[in-house]
Design a protein around this ligand. Sequence first.
Ligand SMILES: Cc1cc2nc3c(=O)[nH]c(=O)nc-3n(C[C@H](O)[C@H](O)[C@H](O)COP(=O)(O)OP(=O)(O)OC[C@H]3O[C@@H](n4cnc5c(N)ncnc54)[C@H](O)[C@@H]3O)c2cc1C
Length: 377
Amino acid sequence: MSSIKKALVVGGGIGGLSASIALRKAGIEVDLAELQPKFDVYGVGIIQPSNALRALDALGLADQCMEHGSPYGPVKMCSSSGFQFGQAGTPPMGRLPVHNGISRRILHEILHQGALTNGVQPRMGLTVKALENGPDSATVTFSDGSTGQYDLVVGSDGVYSSVRSLVMGDYKPKYTGQSVWRYAFPRPADLDTGYIHFGKKTKVGLIPMTANTMYMFVVSAEGNDPKIPESELVPRMKALLAEYEAPMIRAVIDQITDPKGVIYRPLETLLLPAPWYKNRVLLIGDAVHATIPQLGQGAGLAIEDAVVLGELLGTDDLLPTVLEKFMTRRYDRCNLVVDASNTLGEWEQLDWQGKLPEGANMGALMGKTLGAMGAPI
Ligand SMILES: Cc1cc2nc3c(=O)[nH]c(=O)nc-3n(C[C@H](O)[C@H](O)[C@H](O)COP(=O)(O)OP(=O)(O)OC[C@H]3O[C@@H](n4cnc5c(N)ncnc54)[C@H](O)[C@@H]3O)c2cc1C
């Protein structure tokens, strides 16, 4: 039985909703505070590799994700003309496929419903204003003036985490020089799996989301100034695709017409040194290990954090032991992904400048890192 009774989860994103479910399953009372007055998840998809599905399975949600998403095998690695030269993916795990593509909105709805079913009603439009973090409990003052006393506070409030600032001090994510442009399309009949095409200055992914939809991502280098005015989103995304002859890419370029449909994000990275806890506060997900999406692992790692925390809190261990064991099980794995993803991003940019160092083998690094994700968590 858990040594703690009541927890606060701050942030109702992928990590926070997963943590709420995992903690409830460990018999802990959970409050969840979400800053947004109502959930507003953008309308493209997300790659769920097999290890993310394994973690969702532990929460009882993998089947729903596969039912409402699109399971697929290894990603086909192709040239800009569509010639396939390799494939990549995490190891298949039992009945779970190598990948599942899913709409972010649908994933969020599945996690939100999972939280509600487990008795967690997110408190919307609420954040933590002050936190007294003692050795035996944390006292929280919320933005609406209310207060609460908790055995544990889980900070899952993303890459610009306020809980991190309150407890750990001043850490900022670093822009890597790359950005991602995404757009959703009807799914073409010949999209039999995920595809990544490598061009001279960009790479382009086509990822199944449902039986009838897919999304495209384009990774580009945006120098020191990653801001793009809305009026330029459509023409610039289309211009990045001009060099691609692959038929599946050419077939959809003209469908990119709505600037609001272009989901553009500069890629930022952050890895906090261990430990990710102090007294009664633990940080998880992007708040401590925000990885660029070169390996499609960020959300999977956040869900794994939640599952491991729930599992450890379900034992008789006292909280300090739980938190120590959490770090032992999570730090090296998350560090591996953040580090390898940053290296891949750097190599891509050097490759686009014609300066890829000798011995830099992107396929080998991807294969090794994704292979390691098959290890138990
Ligand atoms: C371009 C791009 C593509 C990606 N693609 C993939 C992919 O294909 N596969 C994959 O696994 N990962 C992917 N990721 C990474 C993935 O999106 C993140 O790792 C994941 O969303 C992290 O979840 P989180 O819950 O830690 O943070 P978030 O998803 O950022 O959630 C944080 C939540 O906290 C709330 N919040 C913020 N501040 C406060 C506050 N002060 N108080 C209360 N609540 C607050 C926010 O509103 C939000 O709901 C991608 C990331 C990017 C940028």
